[in-house]
Write a protein that binds this ligand. Structure first.
Ligand SMILES: Cc1ncc(COP(=O)(O)O)c(C=O)c1O
Length: 367
């Protein structure tokens, strides 16, 4: 098959309300850090059940800024998951900190039982990742961090509207979201940090705007992490219909799981008790005996695009392998997930028939 597959792994779905709001911005004369960004921040704070949301230009700088206000200084250690996107690690390294890795559980997120084993007197923060739209066991992680007075920065880049025990992603401390093109809610590019702490929010607002508190009064070495109002206008209508977006994804995930259960060699994604998954990705583990590349090629010839998030542990790349700020901790569960994982389309633009085709194609491909 040539050309783009019929069923994509991600498909931004905007709409007439987005068109209208973007035009409002274009005609308003305020294109950056203006009133639409303020509206976006209110919607993000509501989504996360947090007092404040501070908009920034993407999820990577959201993490870097959050680590800074969490008090992580160069040389401090940050414990995170090895099964994540490079942005998580890049933010730690940009902060000058040292990354330590604890293994994941069978839900693909950081396993609290392994976190303490890699802590040292230099540990300053824990950076769990809500992978694929599933929150980590935040209550357990926050309890562990609290006992040692460590900060928790939650990488909720993939988890808009997810929750654990009824508490939304971003409500546990510092939460960092991405609004990149493929996310459940997109701004094209965008990010935000959520917090209940007034001082942290004020500092974040200063840092994102060149360290400026009042006009031309610089109180910190800041950066330009501002978001545009055009980006905010793209995201706001999607934030307003987030429940419907996530419900559609959840229905597709349930349909995939029901159909794929026919082959018990395929490990289906597990949703632990008390957690609400928002299915940024629907990820299975393929049987060891099956060649993943061949499965991907077979799916593609059926017109279906799959993803591998992520094919290696995050530190297992040329940029990091011998980096002095990167510890190559042993994490066998994550290593196996990286070898066997495959993400199937689950986005809200699919039809019932699309989902049937996806599951049927995978069952054929692994046979
Ligand atoms: C887990 C995770 N962390 C961080 C990021 C960084 O977000 P952004 O691409 O908006 O910089 C992403 C997304 O791309 C992500 O998936």
């Amino acid at each position: 098959m040539s050309g783009a597959p019929r069923i994509r792994i991600a498909q931004p779905m905007l709409g007439a309300d987005v068109d209208a709001l973007v035009l409002t911005v274009l005609h308003s004369g305020q294109l950056a850090q203006g009133p639409m960004v303020a509206r976006f921040e209110s919607a993000c704070a509501a989504m996360a059940g947090a007092r404040h949301a501070v908009a920034v230009s993407n999820g990577t700088v959201a993490l870097e800024a959050a680590l800074q206000v969490a008090g992580v200084e160069p040389g401090d250690e940050v414990v995170t998951t090895p099964f994540t996107f490079a942005a998580t690690l890049n933010a730690i390294l940009r902060r000058g900190a040292v990354a330590r890795f604890a293994d994941i559980g069978d839900d693909f997120t950081l396993d609290p039982r392994h976190v303490e084993a890699v802590m040292t007197p230099r540990t300053r923060a824990v950076l769990p990742v809500d992978l694929y739209g599933l929150m980590c066991d935040m209550p357990a992680l926050v309890a562990i961090a609290g006992r040692r007075s460590l900060a928790v920065v939650e990488d909720a880049a993939q988890a808009h509207g997810a929750s654990v025990d009824g508490r939304p992603a971003g409500s546990f401390g510092l939460g960092c979201f991405s609004f990149y093109a493929t996310k459940n809610v997109t701004a094209g590019e965008g990010g935000c940090i959520t917090t209940n702490d007034d001082d942290q929010a004020a500092t974040l607002r200063v840092l994102r705007n060149q360290g400026m508190r009042d006009r031309y009064e610089y109180v910190a070495i800041g950066d330009n992490w501002r978001m545009t109002d055009v980006a905010a206008a793209i995201a706001i209508p999607q934030l307003q219909r987030l429940t419907a977006i996530n419900d559609a994804r959840r229905a597709h995930a349930a349909q995939l799981s029901a159909m794929l259960a026919h082959d018990e060699r395929i490990l289906l994604p597990r949703v632990p008790e008390g957690r609400t998954h928002v299915w940024h990705q629907y990820t299975v583990l393929l049987p060891e005996a099956v060649d993943r590349d061949m499965v991907i090629a077979a799916m593609r010839s059926d017109g279906i695009e799959c993803g591998v998030y992520y094919p290696r542990l995050v530190w297992d790349h040329a940029a990091y392998r011998d980096h002095p700020q990167v510890h190559r901790d042993e994490t066998p569960v994550a290593a196996r997930a990286a070898r066997r994982c495959l993400s199937l389309p689950v986005h809200q633009g699919l039809t019932h028939t699309d989902v049937e085709s996806i599951a049927a194609a995978l069952l054929r491909a692994v046979r």
